[in-house]
Ligand binder design. Structure first.
Ligand SMILES: [Zn+2]
Length: 166
């Protein structure tokens, strides 16, 4: 038996003011995205802003549905938009934030597993990782450099070996 340990590395900034100016602006764009959230069921708004290499910023928010599984997280709304309209313009960073009147958020929210797997696919597609800024309004910001830090066991097809080569 061999025991393995995996460490997850991320940077924590006490407030959004401790970020570089471009990163702070991207977090503020994510806050603007909250306005388009369609979340009448959870009343939990999530906003995302994606900075592309060209300087373009994509905005997205969570979109819920009365048939709950039909809704989609802000991150995937953003990333599928990128894949549809901007896939030749690499993602540099994505900021994600949340707001609800039901709870006081004191830590950044983190993305669900499905969104992490989609982030991994986007990194693979653009052949480079991107940074994620998880922004708690009036609280800390967590910066993660590449989805592999979030999801070390994400599905990687390069772990598969073709039957014909065995
Ligand atoms: Zn998600």
């Amino acid at each position: 038996m061999t025991n393995h340990e995996i460490k997850i590395a991320f940077n924590e900034y006490n407030t959004v003011d401790d970020l570089s100016t471009p990163d702070k602006l991207l977090c503020e764009e994510a806050v603007k995205s909250l306005d388009s959230s369609h979340s009448p069921y959870s009343k939990f708004k999530v906003g995302a802003a994606v900075l592309l290499q060209s300087g373009t910023i994509l905005h997205a928010s969570n979109q819920e549905n009365v048939a709950y599984p039909s809704g989609l997280c802000a991150e995937r709304v953003a990333l599928f938009h990128w894949g549809t309209m901007h896939a030749n313009d690499p993602i540099i960073a994505m900021a994600v934030t949340a707001h609800t009147n039901d709870f006081k958020l004191t830590k950044p929210i983190t993305s669900c597993g499905a969104c992490l797997q989609v982030m991994a696919e986007c990194e693979k597609r653009q052949h480079q990782p991107f940074r994620t800024l998880l922004y708690c309004i009036d609280g800390p910001v967590w910066e993660v450099n590449g989805v592999q830090s979030f999801l070390p066991f994400m599905f990687f097809e390069d772990r598969l070996i073709q039957q014909s080569s065995l």
